[in-house]
Design a protein around this ligand. Structure first.
Ligand code: PEP
Ligand code: MG
Length: 566
């Protein structure tokens, strides 16, 4: 058994088989093979497996994002059968007596360079595709899973880190827990774990094989790799994640396993007790009420929102629709997604946050330039106001969907009144177009996210322009404290309760209320039950938290008495 330490980003206990997430770019070594026939067979089998995986993705994508957006997975299957590609790999294995991984990697690089040099835009775009299919075949040859969880059984997923573009491809129903080497408390993997209500650890220096001792303070105990060969891959081995203590057990012994099975049962019992709070009001002992909504990343999360009895959706991170697509999602695809969410919420409020990409959320087809300081760079509303057609497509889709429920819109990363006015002008253009096209819509509430210190300081002016404020404490804290939310080295000084941030929250509530705006929090801090009483005293009207936190926050609110002295 091996016990490793990590930082917990969401509590809970998971017991299950481990699956090591295959990274997209693979380090491939060249080696000489004696039996080239057998090596070629290995390549052809891996290619067939890759096609099977892609066929599975296609089926899944058709259901989630429609046929047009799913088509890329069909193209990838065809590319894998391209005669020139297959011949190139086969010839290399035979004539140069090299391993299949190396032949696939070299062919992938050559073809990709060839496509990249072509005049035609469509062909140039295929450069990334050929790399992608090659990486998939390589990971199958290497025995890792290239992002796909192949078995039927849910697993504990181990990775260096997961980019939002990678997490969207995962079959979430098969993930029991995330364990990553990197990532920070506020990274999107952490947010995803909270949304999914599963334990997650970051900063765990897990080995690839069980005889590779990890560096750092993690400890080895007892018989290393009992029952397995030294050097056995940890992929498929049993593991335990203790999201309360920040511990990760590899190949646990019987005693540890029994202890954790019991703890897991007790944990589930507590969760069942929270279920009794469903249908109850979010009201303090002395009668103060607050709205409690949930944050989502896509249509699939709505079930979780309803299961946890949230009063609405306080943040729909719409950029996940873009991250899930291989190309700009069409107005129709977006309209379907927003309408589905609005209809499923059956008249409850759904606040859609417009596209917030850039920084840690990179979308390939936007072709954003590499920047020195992406968190302070070309992102979110800055891109939307610059690339107006993309923005208008999204706004048209949202307005059309508004007809089917109660939708509000909010805009990320605002720093000035001028931006809000520019947005409002574009909204007027969109509404005029919809009128002209005879497409129905409702009037929607317009709000902004307060996530820059600038927006806080001019919140008195901004409040005159909009209906509500929703404070994005994740970004607001990073910009106020000048601490990159993605940098795990700074997690120890990232003080979410910093007085500077708390004063800002109070200032925003007061400025908002003076102009009749309602004010909420949709950043992770909103779910921090140590601050629930503080937020209630400050006068917040709404908290929007991960679906899994709704009942815990409700429990806290219902046990708070504001009539008592602070
Ligand atoms: C925030 O910044 O607090 C927020 C809610 O937005 P995101 O985490 O998506 O940047
Ligand atoms: Mg933000």
């Amino acid at each position: 058994m091996m016990v490793l330490e990590g930082k917990s980003v969401f509590g809970g206990i998971a017991i299950g088989k481990l699956s090591v997430y295959g990274k997209k770019d693979h380090a491939v070594k060249r080696s000489r093979v004696a039996d080239t026939e057998a090596e070629n067979k290995r390549f052809l089998e891996a290619k067939e497996e890759a096609k099977r995986q892609l066929a599975g993705f296609y089926e899944k994508a058709v259901k989630e994002v429609g046929e047009v957006n799913a088509a890329i997975f069909e193209i990838h299957q065809m590319m894998l059968d391209d005669q020139d590609y297959v011949e190139s790999v086969t010839n290399m294995i035979k004539t140069q007596e090299v391993n299949a991984e190396f032949a696939v990697a070299s062919t992938g690089d050559n073809f990709s360079a060839m496509f990249a040099a072509m005049e035609d835009d469509y062909m140039r775009e295929r450069a990334a595709d050929v790399k992608d299919i090659s990486n998939r075949v390589i990971s199958i040859l290497q025995g890792s899973t290239a992002g796909a969880i192949t078995g039927e059984e849910p697993v504990i997923l181990l990775a260096d880190d997961l980019a939002p573009s990678e997490t969207v491809q995962l079959d979430k129903s098969k993930v029991l827990s995330f364990v990553t080497r990197h990532g920070s408390t506020n990274s999107h993997t952490a947010i995803l774990a909270r949304t999914m209500n599963i334990p997650a650890l970051i900063g765990v220096d897990f080995p690839e094989k069980l005889d590779e001792a990890p560096s750092g303070e993690s400890c080895l105990s007892g018989n290393v790799a009992a029952g397995t060969d030294n050097g056995a891959s940890i992929d498929g081995m049993l593991g335990i994640v203790d999201g309360y203590q920040g511990k990760f057990y590899l190949n646990p012994d019987e005693e540890t396993l029994a202890k954790y099975r019991k703890l897991k049962e007790e944990d589930e019992q507590k969760k069942r007790l929270l279920q009794e709070l469903k249908g109850k009001e979010n009201v303090t002992l002395d009668g103060k009420k607050i709205n409690l909504y949930a944050n989502i990343g896509g249509v699939a999360d709505v079930a979780n929102v309803l299961a946890n009895d949230a009063g609405g959706i306080g943040l729909f991170r719409s950029e996940f629709l873009y991250l899930e697509s291989e190309d700009y999602p069409t107005e129709e695809a977006q309209f379907t997604a927003y309408k589905t969410v609005a209809e499923n919420m059956a008249g409850k409020k759904v606040i859609i946050r417009t596209l917030d990409i850039g920084a840690d959320k990179q979308v390939g087809y936007f072709n954003l330039e590499k920047e020195e300081n992406p968190a302070m760079g070309y992102r979110a509303i800055r891109i939307c106001l610059d690339r107006k057609e993309i923005f208008k497509t999204q706004l048209r889709a949202i307005y059309r969907a508004s007809y089917y429920g109660t939708i509000s819109i909010m805009f990320p990363m605002i720093i000035s009144v001028a931006e809000v006015r520019a947005i409002k002008e574009i909204i007027e253009e969109v509404k005029a177009e919809l009128d002209r096209d005879g497409l129905p819509y409702k009037e929607v509430e317009i709000g902004i996210m307060i996530e820059t210190p600038a927006a806080v300081m001019i919140s008195d002016l901004l409040a005159k322009e909009v209906d509500f404020f929703s404070i994005g404490t994740n970004d607001l804290t990073q910009y106020t404290l000048a601490i990159d939310r993605q940098n795990p080295k700074l997690d120890n000084i990232y003080d979410a309760h910093h007085e500077a941030v708390l004063r800002m929250l109070k200032m925003v509530v007061d400025n908002g209320h003076k102009e009749g705006c309602w004010v909420g929090i949709c950043g992770e801090l909103g779910a921090d039950t140590e601050l629930t009483e503080t937020f209630l005293r400050m006068g917040f009207d709404e908290l929007s938290v991960s679906p899994s936190m709704v009942l815990r926050v409700r429990d806290k609110i219902r046990n708070t008495d504001l009539s008592k002295n602070e």
